[in-house]
Design a protein around this ligand. Structure first.
Ligand SMILES: [Zn+2]
Length: 432
């Protein structure tokens, strides 16, 4: 059914107003009951639903799969976890890193926490990581999913993934019509959002996209700050995480900043955090320096690999920012130079001015050469360089590079195509 724009806007705005003003019921935090905590009847069901959803999710998303990074994140969780929570046998935190460039993190109510590479890649230190993990852990510890589900209003609305998805699709069609609302950044579902909506993962949708409404989100922020200061993290780093989410580098709007909500909400959060800091001056001191260095080292390849994901999505400005950082942190990394070459090619393809395009392609050549100089055994840079040289009629050099590629990647999908080109070059006498 088709409606005119203004009617759809009003309907969506009403729905969102109701969603954002949901009344959540009160329940004591899990940590207050220590070892004796047992989930309530509907809570046990919710955990079961979480486990089922999670199994489906894990079939469809790609995990980053760095065991050292995973164990470091779990170490930070253990450090933030209050004693009353840690002794409880019913709930164990587990952290996984999703290979996805969206700025996102979320937790299932039974303690599974997911952090996207996109969000990690924008972090600079472990205090920022602790801000995100402390927030998610508070959603779990304070039973926010249960409180959210129990609230009468939610049931009256019959809130489903489909309802929200429809709202998002409308918001998408209307561009910036809701620019001042909670859904101001909603313009398109990212790949992760599409999986969540496509599989109908209601809990993941609430946790990762919709959020729990202003009251519970603020509670999660403050609960996170308390965990951070108890663990000796530097709270002054917390506003930086929100600031990162505000900075979208002029890329097309995507539904990815929902971890902390839309722009107006984010600026509020930066202010709220500063107020919290002013009211809790003793909480400012951090002593996480040793761990922070370890975390910063583990982040380096994440930044580079997230750049590859953004490059594949055509988000060239974000990819460029990440590659600049990766290059400064790992100047000798052949993959970083290879990706820089690919970025220059993508920039050339997007450019309109022929001189500029030529310059970008020459920069791409240099980057591929640098990658090869650092590791000559990697096939892909030889292929890219070979094609570039072929285009600008450096045919003898092109032959060398394409032959090298065929040698190094005998199983490659595009080998037949590359070999055709080598044969042309040989026939015309360009290969030595
Ligand atoms: Zn949250």
């Amino acid at each position: 059914m088709r409606h005119s724009g203004p009617i759809r806007s009003t309907a969506l705005a009403t729905l969102l107003l109701v969603l954002s003003s949901c009344v959540a019921t009160q329940l004591p935090p899990i940590s207050s009951q220590g070892r004796s905590f047992k989930p309530l009847g509907d809570e046990a069901k919710l955990w079961e639903q979480s486990r089922e959803e999670e199994a489906k999710l894990l079939d469809h998303v790609k995990l980053y799969g760095d065991p050292l990074l995973d164990s470091h994140l779990e170490h930070v969780v253990a450090r933030l976890n209050p004693p009353g929570m840690a002794v409880n046998p019913e709930i164990r935190y587990r952290v996984r890193v999703v290979e996805d460039p969206a700025l996102n993190a979320f937790a299932y109510p039974h303690g599974s926490i997911y952090v996207h590479t996109g969000l990690l890649a924008r972090m600079e230190n472990e205090d920022e990581l602790a801000t995100v993990l402390g927030h998610e852990m508070t959603h779990v510890e304070n039973r926010h999913m249960l409180r959210y589900q129990r609230s009468v209003l939610n049931r009256q609305i019959g809130l489903t993934v489909a309802t929200i998805a429809a709202a998002v699709i409308i918001a998408n069609a209307e561009g910036d019509a809701l620019g001042n609302g909670e859904w101001g950044k909603a313009a398109a579902l990212d790949a992760f959002g599409e999986i969540v909506v496509g599989l109908g993962l209601e809990l993941a949708f609430t946790a990762s996209v919709n959020g729990y409404g202003r009251g519970l989100e603020t509670e999660a922020d403050e609960g996170g700050f308390r965990k951070m200061s108890a663990a000796g993290y530097d709270l002054r780093q917390a506003p930086k995480v929100y600031q990162v989410l505000l900075d979208d580098r002029g890329e097309p709007k995507r539904m990815e900043a929902f971890f902390f909500g839309s722009h107006p909400r984010l600026s509020e959060r930066v202010e709220d955090t500063k107020k919290y800091l002013a009211a809790h001056p003793a909480a400012n001191a951090g002593n996480a320096a040793d761990d922070s260095n370890a975390f910063a080292r583990l982040l380096r390849p994440v930044i580079r690999d997230d750049a590859r994901l953004n490059l594949d999505l055509g988000r060239l400005k974000i990819a460029e920012g990440e590659l600049d950082r990766a290059r400064a942190l790992m100047p000798e990394d052949p993959e970083t130079h290879f990706l820089r070459g690919r970025l220059r090619l993508a920039q050339a393809a997007a450019g309109a001015d022929p001189a500029g395009q030529r310059q970008l392609r020459r920069q791409a050549e240099d980057a591929f050469l640098q990658s090869i100089a650092l590791d000559s055994q990697r096939a892909a840079p030889h292929r890219e360089l070979g094609f570039l040289l072929y285009e600008r009629e450096q045919l003898a050099d092109a032959c060398v590079q394409l032959r090298r590629y065929a040698e190094l990647a005998p199983e490659a999908d595009d080998l037949e195509h590359v070999e055709d080109r080598i044969q042309d070059l040989e026939r015309d006498g360009h290969c030595r």
